[in-house]
Design a binder for this molecule. Sequence first.
Ligand SMILES: *Cc1c(COP(=O)(O)O)cnc(C)c1O
Length: 393
Amino acid sequence: MTNIKITAQIIVDKLKAIVPDHRNHPLHEPQFTGNEWNYIKDCLDTGWVSSVGQYVDRFERQLEEFTGIKHAIAVMNGTAALHVSLRVAGVETDEEVLVPDLTFIATANAVTYCGAVPHFIDVEERTLGIDPKKLEAYLTEICSIQNGQCINNQTGRRVRALIAMHTFGHPVDLDPVLEICNRYNLILIEDAAESLGSYYKGMHTGHWGRMTALSFNGNKIVTTGGGGAVLTNDSLLAKELKHVTTTAKLPHRWEFVHDQAGYNYRLPNLNAALGCAQLERLPEFLQHKRKIASIYQEAFHDVEGIRCFKEAEFAKSNYWLNALLLDDADLDLRNALLELSNDNGIMTRPAWMLMHKLPMFRSCPSMPAEIAEELTQRIINIPSSPYLGDAYA
Ligand SMILES: *Cc1c(COP(=O)(O)O)cnc(C)c1O
């Protein structure tokens, strides 16, 4: 095998051969070739477009069936799903919640909605998610258990929960993370916004967290336009989640009695209808995703200095968003590649700016983010719409 030395031009030429149209299509474009029109038309024909209707229930049952998790509660977006999970977990003002430094802003924002403080944790290259070994060493160093509560000795605040986020669909190493959470009395919440259809040791992501947030935004593997859900195996939590996301109204034939300041986080029936049709297609999308991932793997295997990110041995990823990974942190090369590919009508994007660098989170507690820092200079996301695989069917 002769290896080609990496240049931005070589990478873009390879991308051009795989991405058929160079018209700036998004990184992940939805596909509506199933029952979407039928179900939406049904909503319009029957008048059930808003907060009540059969598609919401049906969508929730479909999610339960697909993931194997007992309860799904549909909400209006993934951020709301995270927020209400933290609320129901009991996260309170001035407590801390451990959050990966490398994540989409919603993970950290949801913590602040509870009046709590995000505390940023480094990630590992193997999963692009929380590194259990580093996490354990860090907690040993800075936390102590007092009266069964995990206390950050540096800030004096209680550390209440941890959010594990499955980056681009790749599962975090969940067993050791859960074990650490149990030892430190932290509630584990999974941010599975990107990992619907991803499995850890044969079980769907979301089984490890006390609660798990999903997103059905337009760019996710299935979409409801905007939408989200909370998954949980705990029946009492499921009841509470449904209650607080539907204005905390007590059932009564005519009286409006609410027993707490709840939220109107309901997913409208119209959006749920879209979701029902999309979920019917999910197994097919997942097949296509794996095919696209393997096409990219094959295309870049002979280029020296770069590779396609691949799932860990314990994981079956949905490959929601494919990523190229430079061998070395090289901001110049990364930026040259971003510029050349976007100039050529192939959308590519870097990873998110690290949370601890954003103005509103700069003063939050944070573990040294050595790996996350490196990864942001190495990751380039590449087009991953399910139909890309069709060209090679
Ligand atoms: C998309 C996403 C969310 C939130 O989803 P919205 O539905 O857009 O609110 C949360 N976390 C991660 C990691 C995401 O990618």
